[in-house]
Every structure is written in structure tokens, then in C-alpha cells.
Write a protein that binds this ligand. Structure first.
Ligand code: TYC
Length: 106
């Protein structure tokens, strides 16, 4: 029998177990983009409805998008971010607003 794996003839070396190589799944920022036509009130309602913001938070984020060009609605797992983007864009299109929602890795 090989002595390499025989614990009775162990040479005293401790062997470090390999760390399980798991990576935390990436997170995604969901962003709203500014445009010249979507009414401010519609954007505020989007932020309340799909991102659970109260009116004052929603108004702040809407104004950030309006003045800076874009703003973060929230940070989510890939699946949740994709669903929010889809829901917001489809709702905006139904109401014939050009509002764009997008996502990027956080
Ligand atoms: N710029 C738009 C307006 O003046 C308002 C607006 C805000 C549009 C945020 C899009 O994501 C947006 N009516």
C-alpha cells in the first residue's frame, strides 16, 4: 500500500483545504433615461409603481433623470432587473411615451 495516503505515516504537514470557488452573482442597476416628451408625472408614477418609492423619493429620482440625463431606480439580481426593465418599457409603450428603462452591471 502506498504510504502517501496512510494517515498512520503522516509526516506532520497540514494540508489546506481548497476554498470552494463560488462567486456572488452580479447585481444590476436599473436606470431611467431622460427624454423630452414623457410627462414628469408619468415618470413619478413609474417609480412609485415598479420601484416602491414614495412620492417624495420618486420625485427626487425623476428630477435627477430630468437634469442629469439618467438616474438609478434600484439595484437587483439579473432576473429581477430584466423583469423591471421589460415592465417599465412595455407600460411606457402602451401609453405611447418614449421613456426608456435600461440596466447595467452594478
Ligand atoms: N424630461 C421630461 C420632461 O421634461 C421628464 C422626464 C423625466 C422624462 C425623467 C423621462 O426618465 C425621464 N417632461
Amino acid at each position: 500500500m502506498s504510504q502517501d495516503h496512510d494517515k498512520r505515516h503522516d509526516d506532520g504537514l497540514a494540508v489546506q483545504e481548497a476554498r470552494p470557488k463560488t462567486k456572488r452573482p452580479p447585481l444590476f442597476k436599473v436606470l431611467l433615461l431622460n427624454d423630452d416628451y414623457t410627462p414628469m408625472e408619468f415618470v413619478v408614477e413609474i417609480l412609485e409603481t415598479y420601484f416602491s418609492m414614495d412620492r417624495s423619493q420618486a420625485t427626487q429620482v425623476m428630477l435627477q433623470v430630468h437634469t442629469r440625463g439618467s438616474g438609478v431606480c434600484g439595484v437587483f439580481s439579473r432576473d429581477v432587473a430584466e423583469t423591471k426593465v421589460e415592465q417599465v418599457n412595455s407600460h411606457a409603450r402602451q401609453q405611447q411615451h418614449p421613456l426608456l428603462c435600461t440596466m447595467e452591471e452594478a
